[in-house]
Ligand binder design. Structure first.
Ligand SMILES: NC(=O)c1ccc[n+]([C@@H]2O[C@H](COP(=O)([O-])OP(=O)(O)OC[C@H]3O[C@@H](n4cnc5c(N)ncnc54)[C@H](OP(=O)(O)O)[C@@H]3O)[C@@H](O)[C@H]2O)c1
Length: 321
């Protein structure tokens, strides 16, 4: 079957290890099933994999992709939850130390077919297209958990989103504004700031700019480039939720501010199947839809990877099969 894989790692030139072509059909373990992939979305995770972060060399070649929407063997339209946990684990799957994401230990979704645990499937509602549904399991689910489970965002709070145009950042803007928060964003580019205003942000600032007032909660996925600004932007008692560090993961910790202003720094990773279910219902009931930058055929996946590598995107990149 046709698939898009990582065949080698290169931290400087990640796309040198990107391969498109024929790969073996998925092997289906007990309790697993095969999905005919209709759409799959690109995440920064796929670039990290090509850089050798989170993927072991002895797993190569590995089909990339965490997210998929497709059709199961009984003809049902489904969304795939990307977190594969230990079947004996009880409770929040994101806390299972043996969990992995599709494309880390098991072959990923950038393929005609993918094998997944049956328990990872949710019905795709008819209101969402395959392309929209394929955006939800990683970037949108991460944003949902950051805001509502870890950040305890409620209507009327002011939420600062660092970076306006990324997959997680656009999801944060759309979900937080749909939930009644006042959303402020930062971005390096004027076009992207304007784009965020169109998605529901109330104000958009240049990265690092002084804000008119301090905020209740900051959403961080950028890392070193924006960390200091995030800490300085919080009200006393405020909360910083971090799920990514695209520009580096070792900024100065600003401990003086953290303890003196009694700030909370909270980590967040992916989300549970229940949270994905609630996110899907939120999208259907509120009429919220993922922001898709472009849809390209899986055969042209390199085009999408190049756009993400250069930061030339606003929202999600989706591959159709
Ligand atoms: N923990 C988890 O479960 C989880 C889940 C999903 C994602 N993540 C992580 O979150 C990060 C974002 O993922 P994504 O898929 O949304 O990636 P993406 O679509 O490539 O987004 C990258 C974002 O980073 C911002 N950015 C990049 N370089 C910057 C710089 N020098 N200064 C300021 N902003 C900069 C961009 O903002 P502008 O272009 O608007 O400035 C954009 O919003 C990645 O590191 C990813 O691994 C983690």
């Amino acid at each position: 079957m046709f698939a898009v894989s990582a065949s080698s790692f290169d931290s400087e030139d990640p796309l040198s290890g990107l391969e498109t072509g024929d790969r073996p059909e998925p092997e289906v373990a007990d309790g697993w099933t095969t999905i005919e992939v209709r759409a799959a979305s690109l995440n920064h995770h796929d670039l990290w994999s090509l850089r050798g972060v989170g993927l072991a060399e002895d797993r190569l070649p590995m089909i990339l992709g965490c997210d998929a929407a497709g059709v199961d063997s009984e003809g049902n339209e489904v969304i795939v939850h990307a977190v594969v946990g230990d079947p004996d684990w009880k409770g929040d799957e994101t806390l299972d130390p043996r969990r992995s994401l599709l494309s880390e230990r098991h072959q990923g979704t950038f393929a005609e077919r993918v094998a997944v645990p049956r328990r990872n499937l949710l019905p795709k509602p008819p209101e969402l297209s395959f392309e929209q549904a394929a955006c939800l399991p990683t970037a949108w689910l991460t944003a949902y958990r950051m805001l509502f489970t870890r950040g305890h965002v409620v209507p009327g709070m002011t939420v600062l989103v660092q970076g306006a145009a990324g997959g997680v950042a656009t999801a944060l803007v759309v979900l937080a504004s749909a939930a009644g928060a006042r959303v402020w964003v930062t971005s390096r580019s004027e076009d992207k700031r304007n784009h965020a205003l169109g998605l529901g942000a109330e104000q958009a600032f240049e990265s690092g700019a002084r804000l008119p007032e301090r905020v209740d909660v900051v959403m961080e996925t950028v890392g070193e480039a924006t960390w200091g600004h995030s800490i300085r932007s919080l009200k006393p008692g405020g909360t910083l939720v971090v799920s990514g560090a695209t520009t580096g993961s070792a900024p100065p910790a600003e401990l003086g501010r953290v303890f003196f202003l009694q700030l909370s720094v909270v980590g967040s990773t992916m989300g549970t199947l229940d949270e994905l279910d609630r996110l899907v219902r939120f999208c259907v009931e509120k009429g919220v839809r993922p922001q898709i930058d472009k849809v390209v055929a899986l055969a042209d996946a390199r085009e999408g990877f190049e756009a993400m590598l250069t930061g030339n995107l606003a929202g999600k990149i989706v591959f159709t099969v």
